[in-house]
Design a protein around this ligand. Structure first.
Ligand code: M6R
Length: 357
């Protein structure tokens, strides 16, 4: 039920801090260790490469998941769009582990990959919000998102839950491999939860950004580098699916290779600048588009912010920043759709779960 909320999407955005706490609760045991099926731990330790298979928003979570698995657990990881997988079937490593990320657990494109990889005898882990779902039943192992039912077609809380669960999986694997880490994932997720709450309390800022930049525009670009680029892809998907604005996410460095030709007077460009090592380069990219007339909107991180930034997000652990930086993009998309009189929860041509290939 929506309760007092006008839309499920807004309710689900607001639920994200609680989902983080629920995940901490569900994945932590009494000794403050990670609570995880021993067989998953074994499978992660045994595999020499993870193949993440997903679609849409879950694919975007997978891109961040690759960062976690490689940077935290030192597990080589590939991320594949499910519907493309069989056309570009990669040369598999000796001991692959397939990780299917799906909110619904019913996405047909993923299922057909699972059928194929099972035939080859490879193990599969499904990360889903619906433990009894098809992908969960057919895989060897399941990790539950604990996000509660997600009703709005535009996925929000499942995306942040997917990233949180992937981070926990990565940390657990690192520990099992004896890799020393200088942070506690549960503590960091607690900090993420507080930061999310702070953002949810400032909705009027995002409402205003949506009004100023997106009420009448035909298109909008999201730019970022590294993980900001991945979050930008998610921001663009969110915006296009519910507001019907043509939105695209680009790597900051790719602009000059073509996309910058599309920048005209007043074109909105939303830039994420949340990482120290690319702060200078992404800001130069913003300058390049501003010189061509773009209407820039910079979302930065506490400590890296500069005068004129549209919004500054609170600082959290470096690797966990995407869990927070996506919230402004979710809220901006929500208000843009609202101001353009779109059906926020049930956008045209889309279904919540895509059960046909
Ligand atoms: O249920 P799934 O996570 O497998 O769904 C995958 C995509 O269909 C889904 O994320 C879709 O892109 C959303 N509508 C995005 O908001």
């Amino acid at each position: 039920e929506k309760g007092t909320y006008p839309h499920f999407m807004l309710k689900e955005i607001d639920e994200q801090p609680f989902v983080m706490r629920k995940i901490i609760q569900e994945y932590q045991d009494d000794n403050d260790d990670i609570k995880l099926d021993k067989d998953i731990r074994k499978a992660m330790k045994k595999c020499d490469r993870v193949y993440i298979i997903a679609a849409g928003t879950s694919y975007h979570a997978g891109l961040i998941g690759k960062e976690f698995l490689e940077k935290i657990a030192e597990v080589p990881t590939e991320v594949h769009v499910a519907s493309e997988f069989s056309y570009n079937f990669p040369l598999l490593s000796e001991n692959p582990l397939f990780v299917f990320i799906s909110q619904s657990g019913e996405t047909a494109d993923l299922r057909s990959v699972l059928v194929e990889t099972k035939k080859l005898g490879h193990p599969a882990l499904t990360i889903t919000n619906v433990p009894g779902s098809t992908l969960s039943r057919e895989a060897n192992y399941t990790m539950h998102l604990h996000a509660g039912p997600e009703i709005a077609v535009a996925s929000t809380k499942a995306y942040t839950a997917q990233m949180a669960v992937l981070a926990i999986l990565a940390v657990d694997t690192a520990r099992a491999k004896g890799i020393e880490l200088d942070f506690d994932p549960m503590q960091e997720l607690g900090i993420v939860s507080n930061a999310m709450e702070a953002l949810c309390d400032q909705k009027e800022v995002f409402d205003q950004i949506a009004r100023d930049y997106l009420s009448t525009t035909r298109n909008c670009f999201f730019i970022g580098r590294g993980s900001d680029y991945y979050v930008g892809l998610e921001g663009a998907l969110k915006l296009k699916e519910i507001s019907y604005i043509q939105a695209e996410g680009f790597a900051g460095g790719e602009l000059k290779h073509g996309t910058i030709a599309l920048i005209e007077d007043g074109t909105p460009v939303i830039a994420l600048a949340t990482q120290e090592h690319v702060n200078g380069s992404i800001r130069s990219n913003v300058q390049e588009v501003v010189t061509r007339g773009a209407n820039d909107c910079i979302i930065s991180l506490e400590g890296l912010d500069r005068e004129g930034d549209a919004f500054v997000i609170p600082k959290v652990h470096r690797l966990f920043t995407p869990l927070v930086s996506v919230l402004p993009l979710q809220l901006i998309s929500y208000y843009a759709a609202l101001h353009r009189d779109c059906d926020v929860d049930k956008p045209r041509n889309l279904a919540k779960s895509v059960t046909v290939e």
